[in-house]
Design a protein around this ligand. Sequence first.
Ligand SMILES: [Fe+2]
Length: 250
Amino acid sequence: MKTLISKVKHMAIKTKNNGNCVQFLDHSLQDPMCQKIIQSMNSIDINKLGITGRDASSDSYHFQKNLNRVTIEGNEDYRLVLFFIKKGTVMPLHDHPNMSVYFKLLFGKLNYTQYDKVEEKFRYNKFSNDEYDEMLQTKKRIHAKKSVDKVIEGENLLLVRPSLGNLHKFVAEEDSCFFDICLPNYTADSERKITYFNDVTETPGCDAHSKGEKCDTILEYYTTPPVMPVGFDIAELEYQGELQEAQKMF
Ligand SMILES: [Fe+2]
């Protein structure tokens, strides 16, 4: 049986061969290899990932800061990471432009809010790097739709696609851990650059408000690395799973 990492690599090649295009990524769930990735994620044994407990007191290594990230493997075509997030911590609202993401909650409880950008230009980052920089500087405001606002707990798998649930934010209601596979990964280029947004729906002054139109959600372009959202402090940690076990699993 193919290991999870080889399935991800296989899918990354297939995605690249399709030009990382939105249509392929939106429909990639129908691909048997995607189904195999999901099956593998659903049968992961967390003990083999080097996780020693399900909270900060039983796994102090993985809960060193409020937000902790373990990169298992990654390049511009794919990325496998574990996030450990302490109770009360907010993962700020961010997008995954022109990407698919397999998001598996391994333990804990998260308040999960998901949005989609309305206009195609912003949904698919159809702008140049220069225009992007200007949008950040001017704190460009765009329309979005809130599609999910719920509490997720236990083992839960969520799928992000370029045209479905592409922005999200979560707040940890308990010490939590999730496994993220991005396919393809973020790039420095505006096409797949991560952006953090502020939800400014309640702030008067957006175009739609001034025209008297009804709007669901207004998001403001906020920041992108290396400038991180205020209060965002993440520990980058080494993978602690046994190599032999990881090879078997991945
Ligand atoms: Fe995300």
